[in-house]
Every structure is written in structure tokens, then in C-alpha cells.
Design a protein around this ligand. Structure first.
Ligand code: ASP
Length: 596
């Protein structure tokens, strides 16, 4: 037998009279006037089948999600029953033969997009979840994104190269996922946090233009937008300037966006420096779909007698504000904003509302002079009804607080519009909470000027850049260090002494000694890009088999124990306290191990 001659959506009124076979799943079944109306869904969409149980008894058995093959004639639907919403809405198939290919148990949840289902249940039965139209569409869109990227880069002369996934660890700022070696017990591979050093080696190897759709692994504690494994479009080029990297990546992102959203994106992406991003939006991944930009008020309050502002200014801080636009601001709502500002790191928050007569309603208005108030209103372009929020503190704190409030108050729901931007000129290093210095991108990023780095590492800039879409950090890249002496200097500034550098990266430093071309590149998250282009709020909705926020796959129950023999082969024995904790967890049915 033939399972199918046509996909559901191949059928339309031009096919009336043809005998066809379709194969798929019963997505809906209604009985009406003694006949059954069955919506058959396949990967292309839905077609309606009309079947008479009197002549085809198996129709009586058909339940939701039975897998079937149905043969019959394409007929025009009777007047009044045309379904405009369906591609196949003008026709139906009158069944001559119905074959059940496999029955289905009663479903754990409805597969339409209207039913809200708990995520754990969806992941437990992901194979059913993937049959839902929205998820099926997300998978298709993602495949189109990667196909477009491949086509575009291939057209630009890039070589697709696979790099190994069992490697020696490469620092990208996260914890490595480790794989024990059986052949060399006691030694471990790391799964790549990214192909960073291998793509640099490809440049030394003369490849010049490389890309890879690369799986990367980072053993981080879960934040909402992260997975332990994720997919990046990774690319690198030799003899490339920063501007050339950005132009190439911009073209790739635009073609992917056009593929999914249609239309043509002709506008170049906005480019701002890191400093400007922080100053204007209080974030290094600003959402520029709305205004509410941060405004400096230092000069307005230069001579103020209001202690909170003068205190910040005399101790080297700053006073800045945002105009949160016309909105209601009850005392209770103001309290919520103040609480939120504290969560974001502020000691407090000054709020004001412009009244109908143009004066300011605020608990601090009485401390401000007439000139300060008018200066404030004009600087923030405030009008009656507008709410103004002002923070005074260290620059970092003010940026974080106003940047956070700006998002809370202004960020549009969903992703109807796309706003891409480049953030360039990132600082070379960051200072950690414990006071130690770390790289802000990765240790292979070139400083903007070596002299600056030597003079003062903590204010030195790097040649690193990020791409941002609707406030989501899509990815990062940089021009790399190609001079081994500079690479050694950077390790030193990072507190990696010469001996350690040699032990961990000697093999890489060696490679830099053989005529390394200047090079640079970029990597962006395919999951995140697909998420925004598809208007989803969670990357889990564009990943076929994601893990939960605690790193678990509820379907296979990974991670799971392994046989003792497997551990023995690897030369591994679990610590007694881990064995005890496991036993306890088995009893209570909970997982208390690890620090997630
Ligand atoms: N390896 C970097 C990352 O994964 C990207 C790059 O610098 O090209 O973020």
C-alpha cells in the first residue's frame, strides 16, 4: 500500500475529483448526521476527511491522535461549510479506505495551542508537545533560520568546519562540563563552552573564513534564559577589521530576520559604544524599541541643598533621571517603584509627578529650589501627568537602577518589532565582587590600545562588541590578540602567572608563534535569535528537547545514575557523602544534591 500520495495542504479545489491518500494524525473528530468529520493533520497542515462508519467500520474506533492513512476522492465542500481559515478549506476527502497505522492512548493534554499546559508536563511528553501547531512552526522556522545562515555564509565564501567537542577546557567565563576519560583514567575532557580557540587555530591554519553551527556547553546555575547546552552560529575571519566583522554578521542577521518576518531590512543597525549604552539606557544590552532614556541632571542640581543629591555629587557620583511618561502614580505604586529600585541596588528613589498646573507632586519637592524644579521639568521634557524617577548614587548604581526601572515600565510585550543594535568598545576587564579582575569578554580579546591596558587595565577598552535584539543579548565577538607577547601580557593582567599560562595554554601560545594573521569573529545564539523572531518569550520553546530550569529532562530523567561498572571503567568512585545524599533523596523523592 501507499501511505500517502499528497500532503494535506497540497490539496485544493484544483484537485477535485482526484483520488488521493493522506497520512497523518486525527487532530479532531466530530460526528454529524451519521458521518464522521475527521481533521487529519500532517507536517504540512490539516485536511478534512468525511467518512461513513456504516461502510468503513474502523472509523468508529478513531480517537484523537491515532496515526492513520486515508484514501478517497477530493470533493468540493458543500455550500456554507467552506473554512476560510484552512489552506484546504474549500475541499474535503470522501474516504473509501481508512487504515489505522497506530492507535494512541488517551492524551495527557490537548494538543491545540489554546490550552495552557504546565511546562514540566509538556517536556515529559515533548513528542506530543511538538505536534502542537505552534511548536511545529517553531521547529520549521528554526530550520529556515539555519538554512538561510548557511546559504548566506556559503555565498560569502565561508568554509563550514566542525571543531571537536571533547577538548581541553577553554575559558569563556562559565564552568566547564567534564567528561571522564576511560583510556586515561583520572583525566577529563571538557565540552566546549565555545569553539573559540579552535576557530583561532583555523585562522592560523589558513582557513580565512570559517563558520559552524556549534553546540556549546556551559555549566551555569540556571537563569531563565539559559540552557546547559545551546547552539551558536560561530564565525571567524582573518585580515578582518572590526567594521568588516560587524557588516558580515549584520548581513547574516538581516537575512535570517527577513526569512522569518518578510519585508526587507535596509536600515543599518544602530551602533553605540558600551559607555553610551550604559549612559543612555543603563544596560549593555539595551532594548531600544522605546525611549525613556536616562538623562544626566548633575548640572541641574549642582548647587542643591537637597542632601541626597548633593551627597551623591560631592562623593563623585551622579544624579540622573528618566521620564516614565504619563501614568498613574498612587502612593502605593510609588512605594513599589522605590522597593524595586532598592532591589536593583539603590538606597532610595526620588519620584515626582507633574500636576495639571505644572508643579511637582513629590515628597521631596519642598527641598528643591524653583530653578531646580523648572530645570528638571525642562531637561526631562516633562508635561502634566508625567512621572519622573530620579536616582543619585555612584554611576554604576544609577545606571543599573534607572536601566532596570526603564525596562520594567517601558518594555513592550512580545516581539512585534525588531530592534537590532551593536554595542562596541566594551571595557577590557571587569572587577568581580571579591575585588579580583576578570576579562569582560574572554582572555583572547584584543585590547583597544596596549598602552592603555598597561597604564590602567581597569579603564582600558577592548575590541569586543555585542549584538543585541529587543534587549536580548544575541552574541558577542572581538578582534583577537594575534601577538603572543600581548597574549602573555593579558594573562598577566588577569593574574595568570607565566607558569600557569604555559601549562594551560602553552599549546596555543606556541601556535601564535607561527605567522598568525590578524583575525576576529563573532558568535550569536541561534536559540535566542529564533526565539525573538518567532515572538516567543522562552528559548525552551524553540529548542526541541530542552532541559528545565534545574537542568533536568523530565522525559528521560537525565541526568541519571550510571552502573557501577561504568564508573569502575572510568576509575571513578562516588564520595561517601554523595552516596548518602543520593540514598536519602531516593527515600524522600527529592533532589537535594548539588548547589542548584
Ligand atoms: N567565543 C565567544 C562566545 O562564545 C564568541 C566570540 O568571541 O567569537 O561568546
Amino acid at each position: 500500500m501507499t501511505y500517502r500520495t499528497d500532503h494535506a495542504t497540497d490539496l485544493d479545489s484544483t484537485r477535485i475529483g482526484d483520488t488521493v491518500s493522506v497520512a497523518g494524525w486525527v487532530s479532531r473528530r466530530r460526528d454529524h448526521g451519521g458521518v464522521a468529520f475527521i481533521d487529519v493533520r500532517d507536517a504540512s497542515g490539516i485536511v478534512q476527511v468525511v467518512a461513513d462508519p456504516a461502510s468503513i467500520p474502523v472509523v468508529e474506533d478513531l480517537r484523537m491522535e491515532y496515526c492513520v492513512s486515508i484514501t478517497g476522492a477530493v470533493r468540493e465542500r458543500p455550500e456554507g461549510t467552506v473554512n476560510e481559515e484552512l489552506a484546504t478549506g474549500e475541499i474535503e476527502i470522501h474516504a473509501d479506505e481508512v487504515v489505522v497505522l497506530s492507535p494512541s492512548k488517551t492524551l495527557p493534554f490537548m494538543l491545540d495551542d489554546r490550552t495552557e499546559i504546565e511546562e514540566r508536563t509538556r517536556l515529559r511528553y515533548r513528542y506530543l508537545d511538538l505536534r502542537r501547531p505552534r511548536m511545529a512552526e517553531n521547529l520549521r522556522a528554526r530550520s529556515r533560520v539555519t538554512a538561510t545562515i548557511r546559504r548566506t555564509l556559503d555565498g560569502m565564501g565561508f568554509l563550514e568546519v566542525e571543531t571537536p567537542t571533547l577538548i581541553r577546557s577553554t575559558p569563556e567565563g562559565a564552568r566547564d562540563m567534564l567528561v571522564p576519560s576511560r583510556l586515561r583514567q583520572g583525566d577529563f575532557y571538557a565540552l566546549p563552552q565555545s569553539p573559540q580557540l579552535f576557530k583561532q587555530l583555523l585562522m592560523i591554519g589558513g582557513v580565512e573564513r570559517y563558520f559552524q553551527i556549534a553546540r556549546c556547553y556551559r555549566d551555569e546555575d540556571f537563569r531563565s534564559d539559559r540552557q546547559l547546552e545551546f547552539t551558536q552560529l560561530d564565525l571567524e575571519g582573518s585580515f578582518w577589521t572590526q567594521a568588516e566583522v560587524l557588516d558580515t554578521v549584520e548581513t547574516v542577521l538581516k537575512t535570517a530576520a527577513t526569512e522569518i518576518r518578510g519585508g526587507e531590512m535596509t536600515e543599518p543597525f544602530l551602533r553605540v559604544t558600551w559607555q553610551e549604552a550604559m549612559d543612555r539606557f543603563g544596560s549593555d544590552k539595551p532594548d531600544i524599541r522605546f525611549g525613556m532614556e536616562i538623562v544626566v541632571l548633575d548640572d541641574v542640581f549642582a548647587d542643591t541643598e537637597f542632601g541626597v543629591f548633593s551627597g551623591a555629587l560631592t562623593s563623585g557620583g551622579t544624579v540622573r533621571g528618566i521620564n516614565a511618561g504619563p501614568r498613574e502614580l498612587s502612593r502605593a505604586q510609588a512605594d513599589v517603584l522605590v522597593e524595586r529600585a532598592k532591589e536593583l541596588g539603590a538606597k532610595g528613589l526620588v519620584w515626582m509627578q507633574v500636576t495639571d498646573d505644572g508643579s511637582l507632586r513629590s515628597s521631596v519637592a519642598k527641598f528643591l529650589s524653583y530653578d531646580e524644579k523648572t530645570g528638571l521639568v525642562s531637561r526631562l521634557e516633562a508635561e502634566p501627568g508625567h512621572v519622573l524617577l530620579i536616582a543619585a548614587d555612584r554611576w554604576q548604581t544609577v545606571s543599573a537602577v534607572l536601566g532596570g526601572l526603564r525596562l520594567d515600565l517601558g518594555r513592550p510585550q512580545g516581539h512585534d518589532d525588531l530592534a537590532f543594535l551593536w554595542v562596541t568598545d566594551f571595557p577590557m576587564f571587569e572587577v568581580e565582587d571579591d575585588g579580583s579582575r576578570t576579562f569582560s569578554h574572554h582572555p583572547f580579546t584584543s585590547p583597544a590600545l596596549i598602552e592603555d591596558m598597561v597604564a590602567d587595565p581597569d579603564t582600558a577598552l577592548s575590541q569586543a562588541y555585542d549584538a543585541v535584539l529587543n534587549g536580548v543579548e544575541l552574541g558577542s565577538g572581538s578582534i583577537r590578540i594575534h601577538d603572543p607577547a600581548v597574549q602573555r601580557q593579558v594573562f598577566e593582567v588577569l593574574g595568570i602567572d607565566a607558569e600557569t599560562a604555559e601549562r594551560r595554554f602553552g599549546w596555543f601560545l606556541d601556535a601564535l608563534d607561527y605567522g598568525t594573521p590578524p583575525h576576529g569573529g563573532f558568535a550569536f545564539g541561534i536559540d535566542r535569535l529564533a526565539m525573538v523572531l518567532q515572538g516567543e518569550e522562552s528559548i525552551r520553546d524553540v529548542i526541541p528537547f530542552p532541559k528545565t530550569q534545574t537542568g533536568v529532562d523530565p522525559m528521560t530523567e537525565a541526568p541519571a545514575e550510571v552502573d557501577d561498572t561504568q564508573l569502575t571503567e572510568l576509575g571513578i568512585r562516588l564520595r561517601p557523602e554523595v552516596i548518602a545524599a543520593r540514598a536519602e533523596d531516593t527515600e524522600t523523592g527529592e533532589v537535594s544534591r548539588g548547589d542548584v
